[in-house]
Write a protein that binds this ligand. Structure first.
Ligand code: ATP
Length: 237
């Protein structure tokens, strides 16, 4: 049977000369779970995400995506798990449909035209099919980025502040879409954010990073109290 973990990170470390950006980090993301990665600027969140994405090599430690070791079976880990990221901007001179086609070809998506039609429908993008991405609003672009990330039916979705530039109603819509994805139970989500309200609203569990280490881990609604704080925000102080 498939493992209940979509991501397992163990004793992960990244050093740049004398600077240790990530210092012995271990955590899991389960199927159906949305895990928040929090912490002040420079805590090591982006470095952690980039190692999970396979674009940065760890100094030491291991990353397993659905039991496949990223260091040993890189393409198997990235392909078999349908790994996806949302935060790199899409080419603005290509239309929505062209963008989805290009990335679908890169990911080797089967029955690509049908999958694109399905995603345009699901993400309310049908009327923008032939619109260049560069002229879309931030919210529309975020929906295109999510549709792109869903092309290969990922089991692990990495989101780096997906709602940072969005108005409250649009951010709520995006959160609903991520929740839908997780509630299907096939995949898990790792989500970085600076928005405490959002993290409490959407994340099942949070990891609070500081100076390269995970300092706290738990339910975002009860974690601050366990540490004598009234809110997640106070953990930053
Ligand atoms: P933010 O919320 O601002 O994005 P972060 O938690 O994502 O912060 P990282 O970008 O992972 O933090 O950086 C962690 C630490 O590692 C920082 O002190 C940063 O200066 C350092 N660092 C990151 N990349 C490099 C690099 N290529 N060379 C040297 N130091 C680096």
């Amino acid at each position: 049977p498939p493992t209940s973990k979509v991501l397992s990170v163990s004793s992960l470390r990244k050093a740049y000369g004398g600077t240790v950006a990530v210092d012995g980090v271990s955590f899991d993301v389960g199927r159906g779970e949305i895990v928040g990665l929090l912490g002040p600027n420079g805590a090591g969140k982006t470095t952690t995400i980039n190692m999970v994405l396979g674009v940065l090599e760890p100094t030491s430690g291991s990353i397993h995506i659905e039991d496949v070791d990223l260091a040993r079976q890189r393409s198997a880990a990235l392909e078999r798990t349908n790994f996806a990221a949302v935060y790199s901007p899409l080419p603005g001179n290509l239309t929505v449909a062209q963008n989805l086609r290009v990335f679908g070809l890169i990911y080797g998506v089967k029955s690509l035209s049908a999958r694109i039609a399905e995603l345009l429908e699901e993400f309310d993008l049908v009327r923008f099919r032939d619109t260049r991405c560069g002229v879309l609003s931030s919210g529309e672009q975020t929906r295109v980025a999510l549709a792109k990330a869903m092309l290969n039916r990922p089991h692990l979705l990495l989101l780096d502040e997906p709602t940072a530039s969005l108005d409250p109603a649009t951010a709520r819509d995006i959160r609903e879409r991520i929740r839908d994805f997780a509630s299907r139970g096939t995949g898990g989500v790792l989500w970085t954010s600076h928005n405490m309200y959002e993290v409490e609203d959407v994340c099942h569990r949070v990891l609070f990073m500081s100076h390269g280490k995970v300092l706290l881990e738990g339910d975002p609604r009860t974690l601050p109290g366990e540490h004598g704080k009234a809110s997640l925000e106070e953990l930053f102080i």
